[in-house]
Design a protein around this ligand. Structure first.
Ligand SMILES: O=C(CO)[C@H](O)[C@H](O)COP(=O)(O)O
Length: 223
């Protein structure tokens, strides 16, 4: 079975009746949302909070009831994917460009459960270019400032021009190669004028479910 699908479907066992659920974005969590749609059809009562327009459209298509973020004070459980996961359960997210909404939803979640295939598990973060969402105005200046942190920022583009996030912003994919202190870098990046949010998730994930050829395994944050 597809390793992403394996991890995502395993995560469904953590969903309980009555929960408010954060619904992540990407090709891994897609499988969790598909399964959730089936459970809702069978009578499971949950409410979802989507982390992107893409996930919102998918959830609506599957008949999953959704809440407006304005009406949500706390989320019981968010299930999301990641681009890299370190041994300490620090994450790089934002490969799909949804990092701002994903981080906002994660920040009000009691538990953040991450589903990945084993190619995403690393010793040190940084091989995957770190996505940083920036305001379009003056992005070249912001890019120069970000390069002072030791990376090479590259504007994410599509065939039509710059990639535009759900919030109307740009993404700079920052090539670090190795990120030694994710906590410090996260703070420094977010203090840079022009930066909306970055894809480092530090002290946020509680549990990682990893799909591999040998089956699934789970890693929990040590307290
Ligand atoms: O952070 C994300 C989107 O912004 C995704 O969770 C991340 O890119 C992983 O995606 P996939 O499951 O498709 O590999």
């Amino acid at each position: 079975m597809d390793k992403k699908k394996l991890a995502a479907e395993h995560a469904v066992a953590s969903i309980e009746e009555g929960m408010v659920l954060g619904l992540g974005t990407g090709s891994t969590v897609y499988w969790m949302i598909q399964k959730l749609g089936e459970l809702v059809k069978e009578g499971l009562n949950i409410k979802g909070v989507p982390t992107s327009q893409e996930t919102e459209a998918l959830a609506l298509k599957l008949g999953i009831p959704l809440l407006q973020l304005a009406d949500v004070h706390e989320i019981d459980l968010t299930i999301d994917g990641a681009d890299e996961v370190s041994a300490n359960l620090e994450l790089i997210k934002g490969g799909g460009g949804a990092l701002f909404r994903e981080k906002m939803i994660a920040s009000i979640s009691r538990r953040l459960l991450i589903v990945v295939d084993d190619s995403k598990v690393v010793t040190t973060l940084g091989k995957f270019p770190l996505p940083v969402e920036v305001v379009p105005f003056g992005w070249e200046l912001t890019s120069r400032k970000l390069s002072r942190f030791g990376c090479k920022p590259v504007l994410r583009t599509t065939a039509k021009g710059p990639f535009i996030t759900d919030n109307g912003n740009y993404i700079l994919d920052c090539h670090f190669d190795t990120i030694h202190n994710p906590e410090e870098l996260n703070e420094h990046l977010n203090l840079t004028i022009g930066v909306v949010e970055n894809g480092l998730f530090v002290n946020m994930a509680n549990t990682i479910i990893v799909g591999s050829n040998e089956g699934v395994y789970t890693k929990k944050k040590s307290m």
